[in-house]
Design a protein around this ligand. Structure first.
Ligand code: BGC
Length: 357
């Protein structure tokens, strides 16, 4: 076990268009280790102890850059400029209409055809006492994927001495625009490639969620979770709701929904969720400054991808906890705004805290 924290850089590969990609390995004094590549800011590996102290990588991923470039369902990636869907890939802002890249049926998803998940970010290692971090920066040019304004973005991953992975997102713009950044890591607390996450136990601090239409666009309603498979206010087996015939579960093919976090403060970190795997004793807690979190149970994994574990990923083999603003906010005036003005700073934080029972 490491006695000190460290950050090490190695060469990871070269993109199809010839850009070098580096991998940074962050390790804390407990031996918790996070690997991040500069392509997409992707978390390729995250090793945490189980209840016996055994380390295992608990995130889904690939072992080749080419797979991340061509066939990844956003494994581990930073998502921007807009996480989740924008209906019909269109919105109006400041009296102008914007047409975005269409990449999900009729909608825009996760920033477009070449979103932040496919850009090479500039990296800077940070060592500060008990923490070790990686600052990633990318400036998205005005008009990229249809979004207005030059958007200067910085995302910092910090690994603390208490087994927390903290993600700080910041952005500034030179034109009125919309921003909704997140991270799309797929977790399996039993281990990458360990099979279904249906036996994990989830708790989500949300009284309401955003029901969606057949295209997975929110209807605009904030529906109560009470009496539905979306009621995770007390810890519940994921499988219980995953197999339900509740219409929202059917249209999402499982959980693929945004939960409105119960907030006591407007801007502080609030407890959003906790997921627990009884087999390994691993737990992840999510704390966020964001108003909501998408709980996605890997419904579109279909056995066509071989992952870094060497085995196939099938439906439900991982789950995502995407902290964010509500999907399609630019078209829904009753939702909290995702607008960013020149002179203002977009700033959000999410902490994933790893524990054992
Ligand atoms: C979305 C899913 C989508 C997936 C892509 C999730 O954030 O909610 O609908 O299929 O990302 O892998």
């Amino acid at each position: 076990m490491a006695t000190n924290n460290s950050i090490e850089k190695s060469i990871y590969g070269t993109t199809a268009d010839g850009k070098p990609v580096e991998q940074y390995t962050l390790t804390n004094a407990n031996g918790m280790e996070v690997k991040v590549i500069t392509f997409g800011g992707i978390i390729t590996s995250l090793s945490v102890p189980d209840r016996t102290g055994k380390m295992n990588n608990i995130v889904l991923g690939f072992d080749k850059l080419a797979d991340y470039e061509t066939r990844s369902p956003y494994f581990g990636a930073l998502i921007g400029r807009y996480g989740n869907r924008i209906a019909n890939a269109k919105f109006s802002l400041g009296g102008k209409d914007y047409q975005l890249a269409v990449n999900d049926g009729i909608n825009a998803l996760h920033g477009g055809k070449k979103g932040f998940d496919k850009q090479v970010w500039a990296a800077k290692a940070i060592k500060d006492g008990a923490t070790v971090g990686l600052e990633l920066s990318y400036t998205s040019p005005d008009g990229e994927e249809g979004y207005p304004g030059n958007l200067a973005t910085t995302v910092t991953y910090t690994l603390t001495s208490t087994n927390e992975l903290r993600i700080d997102y910041r952005a500034t713009t030179d034109q009125l625009t919309v921003v909704n950044l997140t991270n799309h890591t797929y977790f399996n607390l039993a281990g990458n490639g360990a099979g279904s996450i249906a036996n994990h136990i989830a708790q989500i601090n949300a009284d309401r969620y955003t029901p969606v239409d057949a295209n997975l666009i929110p209807t605009g309603e904030l529906a109560p979770v009470e009496g539905t498979p979306f009621d995770f206010r007390s810890p519940k087996l994921v499988n219980a709701g995953l197999r339900s015939s509740f219409p929202q579960i059917v249209s999402g093919r499982g959980y693929d929904h945004d939960f409105v976090i119960n907030r006591e403060t407007e801007n502080d970190l609030e407890f959003a969720a906790q997921i627990y795997d009884p087999s390994s004793g691993r737990k992840v807690e999510v704390w966020t400054t964001e108003p909501s979190m998408q709980f996605y149970t890997g419904n579109f994994l279909d056995g066509t991808l071989v992952g870094s574990s060497g085995s196939l990923y099938r439906q439900g083999d991982g789950f995502c906890l995407e902290t964010q603003h509500y999907p399609d906010s630019p078209n829904q005036s009753d939702f909290p705004t995702t607008e960013l003005k020149p002179g203002d700073t977009y700033q959000t934080t999410t902490v994933y805290r790893f524990l054992t029972d």
